[in-house]
Design a protein around this ligand. Structure first.
Ligand code: KQY
Length: 365
């Protein structure tokens, strides 16, 4: 039986590897929440099937499903995707799932963060999240992997690492009073060092405009290899994203990583601003306990929210004139990987994208 460990990954010689290191597989959760996914989740389910099917060409995929959707998910997903009953309140495996850490021998362990649905009851009101809080424990139990219970709130989408000691995040999210108001910045930095085995943090001020996660880094910037990052950009100075991307660019250009290197910073132009249509908004259930998502609301569209699979990049596209250029840039940044483009508006309507709905399990030694 897997153990709950009272030490920390850092003290035990574990660290979070980079996403481009070899995976054993990928974890996802099945969308059905009617106040997040329109039309009872059906359009999103089709998009998740496409993501899972494409990732399964490169690594094994496990889909966690609530019991009332088990048969439907099993029927919609191809046989090579493993479907397991795994209760959840919503489908953002990046944020609810375990973050895997590895040691020199290739042994794996999992970090189970505290989760409050992107800000608790203060603002977001994605109540309840009691089942989401248990997802990491259960996936580690299924895999027989020992677990560290981190004593602070963190979502997987709010961090990226280079696997060589550097972590990338945003002040907007990690220092937001709706996450860990009892902790100082220094204490948060210490927690990240202890539970992810990192030595150096690059702080970006803000995430993407109107990103309801309070600016998860995985929508604005990520490492593509050690020393190289790619970020979302706009040339339109009148767009509210301009100042955010410019501030991130400035921070990245003056940063050094854990090994003292300056970063190479690549840009991908964002898709044209997208908003929720009246038809899309009317397909959502309105409940008091959920964040209201009205028509006309700007969607936090970004090409940066891609998943690095074994030998492939799964990238969101939106039917936008920037799609082709974004795919070309990613092909240049990942010359050894197939670039798989997925129409991802239905995932974006829920508040995130492909990176947010996936969680890699590194290959052990
Ligand atoms: O990690 C994400 N971007 C998911 C945010 C979802 C918020 C709930 N709709």
């Amino acid at each position: 039986m897997p153990r709950r460990l009272e030490s920390t990954p850092r003290s035990d010689g574990y660290h979070m590897p980079a996403e481009w290191e070899r995976h054993d597989g990928c974890w996802m959760l099945w969308p059905q929440r009617r106040d997040t996914w329109r039309d009872g989740g059906k359009p999103a389910q089709r998009a998740f099937v496409e993501v899972a099917s494409q990732i399964a060409r490169f690594e094994r995929v496990t889909m966690g499903v609530n019991r009332d959707q088990y048969e439907n998910a099993r029927a919609m997903l191809p046989p090579q995707v493993r479907v397991v009953e795994l209760s959840n309140n919503d489908a953002w495996m990046r944020d609810m799932g375990a973050t895997f850490v590895i040691n020199e021998q290739g042994d794996l362990r999992g970090v189970d963060w505290r989760f409050n649905a992107w800000g608790g009851l203060d603002k977001r009101m994605y109540f309840p999240w009691d089942q989401d809080q248990l997802v990491a424990t259960k996936m580690l139990e299924i895999e027989g992997i020992d677990r560290y219970a981190a004593p602070f709130i963190l979502e997987g989408g709010s961090i990226h690492v280079d696997g060589e000691g550097t972590l990338l995040t945003t002040e907007q999210c990690l220092l937001h009073p709706n996450r860990n108001p009892q902790l100082s910045r220094a204490q948060i930095e210490q927690g990240l060092a202890d539970y992810l085995g990192i030595r150096h943090i690059i702080w970006l001020p803000l995430g993407v405009y109107e990103d309801e996660t309070d600016g998860h880094v995985d929508n604005i910037c990520c490492f593509t290899r050690a020393g190289v990052v790619v970020m979302t950009w706009t040339d339109d100075r009148s767009d509210p994203q301009y100042a955010r991307s410019a501030a991130a660019y400035e921070a990245l250009m003056t940063a050094r990583d854990a090994k003292g290197r300056r970063l190479e910073v690549q840009k991908i132009h964002q898709p044209a601003p997208m908003t929720m249509t009246p038809e899309e908004a009317s397909g959502l259930d309105v409940v008091d306990s959920a964040f209201l998502r009205p028509e006309g609301e700007r969607l936090a569209g970004s090409y940066i929210n891609f998943y690095i699979a074994n030998d492939a990049i799964l990238m969101p596209i939106f039917g936008d004139r920037q799609d082709a250029a974004a795919a070309q840039t990613l092909a240049e940044l990942f010359p050894q990987r197939e670039i798989v483009q997925i129409q991802a508006r239905e995932i974006l309507l829920g508040g995130g994208n492909i990176h947010c709905i996936t969680q890699q399990q590194p290959a052990g030694g």
